[in-house]
Every structure is written in structure tokens, then in C-alpha cells.
Design a protein around this ligand. Structure first.
Ligand code: FES
Ligand SMILES: [Fe+2]
Length: 431
């Protein structure tokens, strides 16, 4: 089993070109993404634990496509396009469910769990006949971690080739057994889906929209690694930013940057450490937190066995092309999936999921209900403050990108995960 590497990887040369804004605002580009990228990339469709019994299924909506994923046998998962072979009706309108067959609501054509057509009312009424091998159009599927992935291209490379080296980096977290899904909300954002991806691929914006993070995290020394199509950064928590200066600390009512802030004290106290012990010794906080977490793991029956000490107080932040973001801390992780709107390049769906670490061999809590919300309707108020700030930034970015006074993204080196993303996207849409 591979552990998360902590060393720097080799850097490809990605150039310095402007990223044309048409990628974010044009319908024509949106159509090309649908025809050439979404139809050929491996996509995270849903959670494996949602289809543990034979007959369990879920549907996955991605742009104008809908895909059914079903546990068709104890050891088999099938996926197919959600389009009846009679006249195209969406066979399955439920988000999740359980059954023995899929019966199209319109004229009641019936398909078995493997997608094969099994029943047609008035079958003798088709002078042209109905071929015996009629079935819902198949989609490839495979699993990684705690999730099912699909690919609409039947000739695509395997999922493990697609994920490449980065796919093995997170094995040590054991997503399939050590965490349980505890929050599941889809928010509609007024921006292109790539604004969602970009929002989580750099820490340059921390000083702008997340000033309170400067007290407890390092947005300057944040190593970036690029792995083929995918990328990561390692964001240190439990240490103040170099941008958290004496001046900023004093403006916030502290003596200087060496004083333990309220935010940092909360973290220390949660791990049984006395904030007073770290006054003027703030550089000792992170090692102390690591030690305390390591010591707490055994008695709490938490499995941190395959994690390096260093990563116990890191936000291990991976992006898998095209649309998956992981923010992984030892105790929990956030999984974000950024999905395009079916017709409007100025809208997207931001799937937010929180997973909490559970003790070894314990029963996971009941699955939370999936909720849908429009950003701004109030349901975002319980999210972490940083996520509320990120979500609030989505619409103003899209609005500015649509201006005739804006030509494209002029990216900094520390934003090169966004540059890599666009290189890979270009290979799909132009290649
Ligand atoms: S469209 Fe499905 S049975 Fe007619
Ligand atoms: Fe952010």
C-alpha cells in the first residue's frame, strides 16, 4: 500500500498563456466539453455504500446526461444511460432506490438490473420487430476508494490508469472503511463549473476573502505538486501565515503575532493543550498538535496507522480531473464535486459532502438525506465560514468574466494547478 508522498514531484512546463475566458462563458465551449470531455473522462458518479444490496441503484446527472448505476449482482455493478430505447423517456427518475427491474413510466418497457430489455407491452405490434439484444446503452464503471466512477467512452483507458500515480496516494486514509458520510448537500451556484474547481485549487485568495485563516494556516509555504492530469497542495494547519504580521495581529487586538489567537486557542484546547504554554512559542504548536493527535488515536480506536505524522495536521488537498476536490484532515474530509448545468454555462451544481472519521469496526451513522439548495436561500449558513466565503465569491467572478472588459485568466505561478487543469481540458476538447 502506498502512503501519501510528502516530497516534491517534478514540475512540467505549463507556459504562461492567458486562459481565454470563452472557456467559462460560451455555450459553444460548453457543448464541446460535453461532446469531447465529459463523454470521455472518468467521473465520480456516487457513493459505493449507497448500493450495498443487489437491486440498490442511484442516478448521476452530469450536464445533459443522466446515468443509472446499479448493484446488479453481489459482485457486480452496472451503469447505463438513463434513456429508454423506445422513445427516450428517462427510465428512472429517482435519485436513489431499490428494485428488481427498471420500468419506463411512459409505455412500461421493462429492463432488468443489467439493463437488458425484458418486457414490452403489445410486443406483436412492432412490424419491424424488437431486437433480442435491446438494452439501455451501457456505460463503463469501476470503483476507487468509497466511490463508483463511470466513463461514457467504452474504449477509455482503465480507471486506475486514468487516476495514475495520484490515485494511490490516498490509500492510507482507507476511505472505504474509516469514514462515514455525514452531510450531503447540492448547491446551485451562479457560475461556470470551472469557477468552482478553480476556487479550491489555490490559496492565493486566502489573504483576500479568508482573512481569519491567516491566524491558523500557512498560505505562503504551501507546496504544490502536479501528477499527470491531477494535482495537490499540502496546506499546513496549526501555524500562522507569514502574512499574519505584528501589524495585523495588533489591529485584531493582540500584542503581536507571537500571541496565541482565540482561533488557535480553540484548536489547542480541543486537543487538551493549554494555550498559555504556547505564548511566544507558536512554532511549537504544530508539533504539539501532531503528538497529541497521534497519542489520542489509539485510545479512541482511530486508524491513523498508515498516515505520516506530518500529515496529521495538514489539509491534504487533491484535485482529480475534471471535477473532484478533496480537503482531507485526519478527523474528517470534505469532498466537492463540481457539475455543469445542463444548458447554461453561467450556472453549476456544487456538491458538498462531509465525511467524518469513525472508530475501527464501528457501525457508521445513518446516511444523511441529500438536500438541494440554491446558494443564498439560507441553507449555506451552517457551512464552515471559509466555504461560505468561497461560495459568495462564485457569482462575482462569473459576472466579471462576462464583461467585455475581461479577456482571460492571467495566472500566477502559485495558481498553476488551474493552469494544469486547463492544459488537460484543452487536450480533451481540442485533441
Ligand atoms: S419511452 Fe419508455 S416505454 Fe415508451
Ligand atoms: Fe477559499
Amino acid at each position: 500500500m502506498a502512503r501519501t508522498p510528502l516530497e516534491k514531484s517534478a514540475e512540467p512546463d505549463l507556459g504562461t498563456d492567458l486562459i481565454p475566458k470563452e472557456r467559462y462563458v460560451s455555450r459553444e465551449f460548453m457543448e464541446r466539453e460535453s461532446d469531447r470531455m465529459w463523454s470521455r473522462a472518468w467521473l465520480m458518479a456516487g457513493t459505493l455504500s449507497d448500493i450495498s444490496e443487489v437491486g440498490d441503484f442511484f442516478t448521476f446527472e452530469i450536464g445533459r446526461e443522466s446515468i443509472i448505476v446499479v448493484r446488479s449482482a453481489a459482485d457486480r455493478i452496472d451503469a447505463f444511460h438513463n434513456a429508454c430505447q423506445h422513445r427516450g423517456y428517462r427510465v428512472c427518475e429517482a435519485e436513489r432506490g431499490h428494485g428488481k427491474t427498471f420500468v419506463c413510466p411512459y409505455h412500461l418497457w421493462a429492463y432488468d438490473l443489467a439493463g437488458k430489455l425484458r418486457g414490452v407491452p403489445d410486443r406483436e405490434d412492432y412490424p419491424q420487430g424488437i431486437p433480442d439484444d435491446t438494452r439501455l446503452a451501457p456505460v463503463r464503471c469501476d470503483t476507487w476508494g468509497a466511490w463508483v466512477f463511470v466513463n461514457m467512452d467504452l474504449g477509455a483507458e482503465s480507471l486506475s490508469e486514468y487516476l495514475g500515480e495520484a490515485g494511490g496516494h490516498l490509500d492510507g486514509y482507507h476511505f472505504d472503511r474509516n469514514y462515514a458520510l455525514t452531510e450531503d448537500i447540492t448547491f446551485e451556484w451562479n457560475c461556470n463549473w470551472k469557477v468552482g474547481v478553480d476556487a479550491f485549487n489555490e490559496v492565493y485568495h486566502v489573504q483576500g476573502i479568508h482573512p481569519e485563516l491567516l491566524e491558523i494556516s500557512d498560505d505562503v509555504d504551501c507546496p504544490i505538486d502536479l501528477y499527470g492530469k491531477h494535482s495537490r497542495f499540502l496546506f499546513k494547519i496549526g501555524v500562522p501565515s507569514p502574512r499574519w504580521t505584528d501589524t495585523k495581529a495588533q489591529a485584531a487586538g493582540y500584542r503581536d503575532r507571537g500571541e496565541v489567537t482565540k482561533e488557535m486557542a480553540t484548536v489547542l484546547e480541543a486537543f487538551g493543550l493549554d494555550p498559555k504554554d504556547y505564548d511566544d512559542r507558536i512554532e511549537e504548536i504544530r508539533p504539539a498538535l501532531i503528538t497529541s493527535l497521534r497519542e489520542a488515536a489509539g485510545p479512541a480506536n482511530l486508524d491513523f496507522d498508515d498516515l505520516h505524522d506530518e500529515q496529521l495536521w495538514l489539509d491534504v488537498h487533491y484535485s482529480f480531473f475534471p471535477n473532484i476536490t478533496f480537503n482531507i484532515s485526519p478527523g474528517h474530509f470534505w469532498l466537492f464535486r463540481h457539475r455543469p448545468h445542463p444548458t447554461d454555462p453561467n450556472k453549476m451544481y456544487w456538491d458538498y459532502q462531509n465525511y467524518d472519521r469513525i472508530p475501527r469496526n464501528s457501525e457508521p451513522p445513518p446516511r444523511p438525506t441529500h438536500r438541494f439548495a440554491v446558494w443564498g436561500d439560507g441553507q449555506e449558513k451552517d457551512l464552515h465560514i471559509a466555504l461560505r466565503q468561497d461560495g459568495d465569491a462564485a457569482a462575482p467572478i462569473q459576472a466579471g468574466m462576462r464583461s467585455r472588459g475581461f479577456k482571460g485568466l492571467h495566472l500566477a505561478a502559485q495558481e498553476r494547478r488551474i493552469r494544469l487543469f486547463h492544459k488537460v481540458l484543452g487536450e480533451y476538447v481540442d485533441g
